[in-house]
Structures are given as structure tokens and as C-alpha cells.
Design a protein around this ligand. Structure first.
Ligand SMILES: [Zn+2]
Length: 112
């Protein structure tokens, strides 16, 4: 099995887990809850707020995974966007959606 296939399986596994937690998640949210004005929101119960937060996070993560899975179909995956070198496999395992190698990331962060 190639490294890339292994990464893809790991991402698929994470996606399945997210979808499971999504399905377990929480009673349906009404549009009113999502677009309530601040006064209403303050009055809404904590569990409801939490439900919205969880959903937002799950959606963001799912989008990210989909994006990486799509990237993997291309030759652009696994290359640092800045120095154009290969990103080490060990780093991709930890963070499959990374776009930069550690050296470039540290350089960019130190610039801030
Ligand atoms: Zn780099």
C-alpha cells in the first residue's frame, strides 16, 4: 500500500467518524435558532448553542477533508506551496491538509 493510499484511508476514516457524530448530533435546528437576533440568542439554552457550535465545526472539518481528498487526486498534493519541496510523510500523517513544510511554516509565523 502506498503512503498516499494510507493517508486517503485515514482521511476517509475521519470523515466517516464525523458523519457518524453528525448523525448522532442533536435535534434538528430550526431556522429561527440559526438566525435569531442577539437578544433571542442570549435567551436560548446552552445546549442549543452547543449544538450549533458542534455542527459548525463538523461542517468545517468535513469541508477540509473533502478538499484534501480532492487535492490528492492531483499532483499538487504533498508539496510545499512556498519552497516547492516535498512535505515529509510524517508531517502529512499528523496534518494531512497542510500546505507548507515545517520550515516554511515557522518562517511565516516568525514574520508575524
Ligand atoms: Zn517549504
Amino acid at each position: 500500500m502506498t503512503k498516499r493510499v494510507r493517508l486517503r484511508e485515514e482521511l476517509s476514516r475521519q470523515r466517516a467518524a464525523l458523519l457518524t457524530s453528525w448523525n448522532l448530533a442533536l435535534a434538528p435546528l430550526s431556522e429561527r435558532a440559526l438566525y435569531a437576533d442577539p437578544a433571542d440568542q442570549a435567551a436560548s439554552d446552552f445546549g442549543h448553542d452547543l449544538a450549533i457550535q458542534v455542527r459548525t465545526r463538523v461542517i468545517a472539518r468535513l469541508k477540509q477533508i473533502e478538499h484534501v481528498l480532492m487535492l490528492m487526486q492531483t499532483k499538487h498534493y504533498g508539496w510545499c506551496r512556498r519552497c516547492r519541496k516535498t512535505i515529509p510523510y510524517a508531517r502529512l500523517v499528523v496534518q494531512p491538509d497542510t500546505r507548507f513544510c515545517v520550515a516554511c511554516l515557522e518562517f511565516m509565523e516568525s514574520g508575524r
